[in-house]
Design a protein around this ligand. Structure first.
Ligand code: TXA
Ligand code: MG
Length: 335
């Protein structure tokens, strides 16, 4: 795999790679994407193959600007229009009714398609340069933490993808907020940097899908198929713990730690006696930025358990907890 450091000088090469139905890994403000020409079934199928992704899990289509949206999807009401006007371009994906030009493998057979317009400069240059819409999931093998820096991603896709465009560390570090308007009310299917509070104050109402924090029960209807799968997970077993009371939090950790427990948390836990301690940042934006890379780092430390400090489920904290609950496979204690 070749790392492209200067996209401007290599745009022709990258354009040809995409138009030849090959995959290119590119940076965005959220996480890196594993991109293919969204209009080519052959190219899109390669994403599912290389990522070992379930075929019923739809992909997001990335566009260069807002004027492109109605080429590929229908804007059906004022709420959708308002969300587009306010949150795009940015770390926001809107599920819209799809037009036929998008192959059904992109949307996994659904009649909707997720549309996202990244705000990152290099992502924009890439999308403008290739001239086609780009279907892209996060750049990680299915079930693993999403890729937020070139070094974390490279090993996973070596010999499978020819080019990765280097954009440094992803600024936000968590995937986009995924929203679908249902009966005129925006519904968050996956929380992200654009928060419940942001959407509610714009539209006046906002729902959060049950599955953001809860496990899917048998036979339950799922709006967002991505939620069905094990996700964001290191190889080492994880336990997520949360308490707003520091003494209780420490007690929880001490009662559950093993001989080789790695603690992944903020500064306030750095004095607990354990096998290894890793700081993941001390504010929610630092935690979002670092979390996926730190989880990968934990895997290299040869521990037998990772105890992860949870955060309050508000603002960006809701997105962090949505990911960490899945990281720990619902192995979660709150006191
Ligand atoms: O920030 C992001 O969104 C990153 C970057 C690369 O843009 N992409 C990303 O893609 O996270 P992926 O494939 O890892 O996650 C897409 C999520 C999945 O949970 C999927 O089920 C949901 O969006 N999704 C996509 N299309 C959908 C649709 N038509 N209806 C409901 N959910 C959809
Ligand atoms: Mg993903």
């Amino acid at each position: 795999m070749e790392v492209i450091n200067n996209l401007q000088d290599n745009l022709d090469l990258i354009r040809m790679e995409i138009l030849n139905d090959n995959l290119v890994i590119f940076p965005t403000e959220t996480v890196y994407g594993l991109g293919a020409n969204a209009l080519s079934e052959r190219a899109v199928n390669k994403i599912f193959e290389v990522k070992t992704r379930a075929l019923n899990n739809p992909l997001i289509v990335h566009l260069k600007d807002k004027s492109e949206i109605t080429k590929y999807a229908y804007i059906s009401n004022d709420v959708e229009q308002k969300l587009i006007d306010n949150f795009m371009p940015g770390p926001f994906t809107l599920i819209l009714k799809k037009k036929d030009i998008i192959p059904s493998c992109v949307s996994a057979g659904l009649d909707t398609v997720g549309i996202r317009i990244p705000i990152d400069d290099i992502a924009h240059e890439f999308l403008e340069g290739v001239g086609v819409p780009i279907a892209a999931p996060s750049a990680n093998i299915s079930s693993r933490p999403s890729g937020t820096k070139v070094l974390d991603i490279k090993g996973e896709f070596e010999n499978k993808v020819n080019y990765i465009i280097d954009g440094g560390e992803s600024k936000i570090g968590l995937e986009s907020t995924v929203v679908k308007v249902i009966d005129n009310i925006p519904t968050i299917l996956r929380p992200g940097f654009i928060t419940y509070e942001d959407i509610k104050s714009l539209i006046g109402s906002c729902n959060i899908s049950n599955h953001v924090l809860n496990m899917v029960k048998d036979n339950e209807h799922v709006e967002s198929p991505g939620i069905l799968y094990r996700h964001y997970a290191p190889k080492t077993k994880c336990l997520l713990v949360y308490s707003s009371d520091l003494n209780k939090l420490k007690e929880l950790i001490n009662n559950n730690k093993t001989k080789k427990t790695i603690i992944l948390g903020s500064n306030k836990l750095n004095d607990i006696n354990c096998y290894k301690y890793l700081n993941y940042g001390n504010t929610v934006s630092q935690i979002a930025h670092n979390i996926f890379s730190k989880l990968r780092e934990c895997d290299k430390l040869n521990g037998d358990l990772i105890i992860i400090e949870g955060v309050k489920k508000e603002g960006l904290g809701l997105a962090i907890m949505n990911r960490l609950i899945r990281t720990s496979n619902f192995n979660y204690i709150e006191l």
